[in-house]
Design a binder for this molecule. Structure first.
Ligand code: ADP
Length: 213
């Protein structure tokens, strides 16, 4: 079931009452609508969680005056990488370009992350990296990916507690399609634990419109 943040008639009515009379108690709002406090509770919860109303104990509800754009910005800043990250697809730095192409097709992803023998991130392979290698004269089965990959430390990464909006800005600024979600190790090396792609960002964007509030 998809619930949208569009308000229903009763919620609009409650907003109007609070706008004109706030701060006002739940009891008083219920009286004005000739409803019980219990009937009203879910609507008040929705309006409060969505940021339209604020509730103060023993004072009541008041109108926050926030616009849709302000609320959208606030909600955007509550979406973290960990809420939308996907499982990363990794290959070893020793595999051939041919095998990397097969992995990309089989796993149905556009970016592969390359790891060393200790599973530490060492590189990134995009579709175009593999296409470029394929139009050369090299033998793809004997060309290791570490010759053609983009390598550390030139890799843009993110962590699970980063804001998704900051990763979106990185994708635009650096003109890339994906970033690995990493865990920094004490040794200075990094482990790949996830991936964020343009698809994950698009899903987050859609979820804002279908917010389950
Ligand atoms: P494509 O090249 O298929 O359009 P991208 O735009 O993601 O895909 O990649 C562009 C270039 O940037 C490629 O050479 C790729 O290796 C590199 N690249 C991709 N992701 C990253 C990243 N997270 N950090 C640094 N470089 C990256």
């Amino acid at each position: 079931m998809v619930r949208t943040i569009e308000l229903n008639k009763r919620q609009e009515h409650i907003l109007q009452i609070v706008k004109e009379n706030g701060p006002i108690t739940g009891e008083a709002i219920a009286d004005r609508l000739s409803l019980t406090r219990a009937t009203l509770r879910p609507d008040l919860a929705i309006l409060t969680m969505a940021g339209y109303l604020d509730a103060r104990p023993r004072v009541g509800y008041f109108y926050t005056g926030k616009t849709g754009t302000q609320l959208l910005t606030e909600n955007l800043k509550k979406i973290y990488v960990k809420d939308f990250q996907s499982i990363p697809v990794v290959v070893s730095e020793n595999v051939s370009v041919y095998d990397a192409i097969c992995t990309m097709f089989l796993e149905d992803v556009g970016t592969l992350f390359v790891v060393d023998g200790k599973s530490h991130l060492v590189g990134v392979l995009s579709r175009k990296d593999l296409l470029r290698a394929s139009i050369g004269k090299q033998e793809l089965t004997s060309l290791p990916v570490n010759i053609i990959m983009t390598r550390m430390p030139n890799i843009t990464v993110c962590e699970k507690d980063d804001l998704l909006i900051d990763v979106a800005k990185d994708l635009i600024d650096k003109q890339i399609d994906a970033v690995p979600v990493v865990k920094q190790l004490e040794t200075g090396e990094v482990e790949v634990v996830g991936r964020i792609t343009k698809t994950n960002i698009t899903k987050a964007f859609v979820s804002l419109a279908e917010e389950d509030i």
